[in-house]
Design a protein around this ligand. Structure first.
Ligand code: FAD
Length: 117
C-alpha cells in the first residue's frame, strides 16, 4: 500500500503537540521515579511510533541525543531540540526554542503540577 504524506503529517502534528505538552507539564523538580518514568516513556514512544520509518529515524536521534529528564526546562528544551533535528531532516524551518514559554498549554488551569505532581 502506498504511503499518504497528508495523513503522515497530520499524525506528526498531533503527536508533537501532545509530546511537547507532556514536557511542559513535567515537574520542575522531578523525583528519581518521575525522571525514570519520562525516560522510559520517551524510548517507548519512539519505539511504538506508528510510522515505522519515522520511528527508526527518531530512535537514531535518541541514541545521539539521549533524553534530558532532570527538570521541566531540561525536558522541554531537549524535546524542542530533537523536534528541530527532525525539522532539519525534513527541510523545515528551525523553531526558536526560546519561544517555548506558554506555547504548550494543556488547558488544565489551576491543576498546577499535572498528573505527575
Ligand atoms: P510539525 O513539525 O508537525 O510541528 C507542528 C507545530 O509544532 C509547528 O507548526 C510549530 O508550531 C511547532 N514546532 C515546530 N518545531 C518545533 C520545535 N522544535 N519545538 C516545539 N514546537 C515546534 N515525517 C516524515 O516525513 N519523516 C519522518 O521520518 C518523520 N519522523 C517523525 C518522528 C516523530 C517522532 C514525529 C512525532 C513526527 C515525524 N514526522 C516525520 C512528521 C513530521 O515531523 C511533521 O510532524 C509533519 O511533517 C508535519 O509538519 P508541520 O510542518 O506541520 O509541523
Amino acid at each position: 500500500k502506498l504511503g499518504n504524506e497528508t495523513v503522515k503529517a497530520e499524525l506528526g502534528r498531533a503527536t508533537w503537540k501532545y509530546f511537547h505538552t507532556v514536557m511542559a507539564r513535567f515537574p520542575e523538580k522531578p523525583t528519581e521515579d518521575q525522571k525514570e518514568a519520562l525516560r522510559s516513556y520517551i524510548y517507548l514512544f519512539a519505539r511504538l511510533y506508528p510510522c515505522g520509518e519515522c520511528a527508526e529515524h527518531f530512535m537514531q536521534h535518541l541514541s545521539k541525543y539521549p533524553p534530558q529528564v532532570s527538570s521541566r526546562n531540561a525536558a522541554s528544551g531537549w524535546a524542542c531540540f530533537v523536534h528541530n533535528e527532525v525539522n532539519a531532516m525534513l527541510g523545515k524551518p528551525e523553531f526558536d526554542c526560546a519561544n517555548l514559554g506558554e506555547f504548550y498549554d494543556c488547558g488544565c488551569g489551576g491543576d498546577e503540577e499535572g498528573s505527575e505532581g
